[in-house]
Design a protein around this ligand. Structure first.
Ligand code: AMP
Length: 425
């Protein structure tokens, strides 16, 4: 283990092990009972820091690595505060939680229901891709907590199905992702509808300068909480690379899954089309697989994720829609079939495994034309990723060479490139 990963390991342990107990954080009995029922014994570091701040009404800006218990760090104090407040009626909401994806919205709702098992709180989740009318009906009598994706929330607001006159708390989760996904205008609009006098909590795995700029427009003197070094993956994740020719990636993935008898693998592709093609290939190879991406209907997305979580399918093939926030209990393997364009997405993708201190393995299949993407990732995580080879698979030489100056691919004939030395120095 090099110095960087040793440090990362120490940091990660520090993030998961807090010194206080949940009892000393000021949470009441019904919440403590739910936490215990759920098997949590100690708060994570982000929970230890954020829960008291949120409960005392502060605006908070928190940078927390994915998988370190971020959701409970805002959900628990919000539930605590709400349990002492009067109910609202007539399309009003007390707390609004904005998230970038539908899956994350559903997951946060599920966490709220878990933590709020013994308190009486009315929750709702709204997102696009499904009929709006049941959502309108659900909001008619008001809710305590509304979890929403930005587009559908704006539709509902314009149709006067939701009001925010009595909103107490606004949570912006995965704020950096919101910006990446082009939600900035929607977010600004939504913020303009909210009461000025409110508590704002901004959560994000990574904090870019753009996020800080956005934060300044929506948050007053926030207390900053940060529990992880920026842009690092949990040290419990073993990372490795296989150098594979593009045309051999499907066959090699199928080989890896079969050879190691992997039972639950999350695979990331760059495009929706690529995800569909790979799914068809793996199915033909006898591996139960499903794709999850933005062109799928909401019911297909929900089913794919549920089947994957219940081990009904072995491989879930996703575009970056699934790279943030999704919590799949004990997910052992993540494969980057294609490297992501944005280096930060690598950290988020592999963060689907190795969550809450569990061990995980992240494998990347890297073709020659992806060498610049790999360099950017290694620079970001300040780590050279181990290159592995596989004796039982017949690798063909990857002779594709990317000409950076002329920006197109050409074949470089007669030049042998060693599988091990191409990318890492
Ligand atoms: P999150 O970062 O909120 O997505 O949480 C990641 C995972 O950690 C989820 O499976 C949570 O159930 C779990 N988790 C959250 N808080 C704790 C805790 N205090 N102790 C053990 N597991 C936790």
């Amino acid at each position: 283990m090099n110095n960087h990963s040793e440090q990362a390991n120490k940091d990660h342990k520090k993030n998961l092990i807090a010194i206080t107990s949940f009892d000393s954080l000021g949470l009441s009995e019904p919440l403590l009972k739910a936490i215990k029922y759920h098997g949590y014994t100690k708060p994570s570091a982000i929970q230890e820091k954020a829960i008291p701040l949120v409960m005392s009404g502060n605006d908070v800006m928190a940078a927390a690595q994915t998988g370190t218990g971020k959701t409970a760090s805002f959900a628990l104090p919000i539930l605590e505060l709400l349990s002492k407040k009067e109910r609202l009626f007539n399309r009003q909401a007390r707390v609004l939680i904005l998230t970038p994806t539908r899956e994350l919205a559903s997951q946060i709702l599920a966490s709220l229901e878990t933590y709020g098992k013994y308190v009486s709180i009315r929750t709702a989740v709204v997102f696009g891709g499904v009929n709006i009318n049941p959502q309108k009906n659900k909001l008619k009598n008001g809710v305590d907590i509304l979890v929403a994706t930005p587009g559908r929330l704006l539709d509902l607001y314009r149709q006067k199905a939701i009001k925010f006159n009595d909103l107490d708390t606004f949570v912006l989760d995965e704020a950096d992702r919101m910006l990446d996904m082009g939600f900035i205008h929607d977010i600004r609009k939504i913020i303009s509808f909210l009461p000025k006098n409110r508590q704002t909590l901004l959560f994000s795995a990574t904090f870019s300068n753009d996020i800080r700029k956005l934060a300044k427009t929506m948050i007053k003197n926030p207390t900053e909480v940060s529990v992880t070094p920026r842009n690092t993956a949990a040290a419990t994740i073993t990372q490795a690379i296989y150098n594979v020719k593009k045309s051999q990636k499907s066959a090699f993935l199928s080989h890896l899954v079969k050879q190691h008898a992997w039972e639950q693998v999350l695979v990331f592709t760059k495009t929706k089309h690529g995800a569909n093609r790979l799914t068809d290939y793996l199915k033909q190879a006898g591996l139960k697989s499903m794709a999850i991406h933005g062109n799928k209907s909401q019911s297909a997305r929900t089913k794919a994720l549920a089947d994957f979580k219940q081990n009904k399918i072995r491989i879930l093939i996703a575009t970056d829609i699934a790279s943030r926030g999704l919590d799949i209990d004990q997910l052992p393997h993540v494969v980057n079939y294609d490297l992501p364009y944005v280096a930060e997405d690598y950290v988020h993708r592999i963060g689907r495994t190795g969550r809450a201190g569990a061990c995980g393995e992240a494998i990347s299949l890297v073709s020659a034309d992806e060498s610049t993407l790999l360099t950017a990732i290694q620079r970001l995580i300040k780590q050279d990723i181990t290159v592995k080879t596989c004796k039982n698979f017949k690798f063909e030489n990857d002779t594709t060479h990317y000409n950076h100056k002329r920006k197109f691919f050409r074949k470089k004939h007669n030049k042998k490139i060693s599988n091990n030395t191409r990318y890492t120095k």
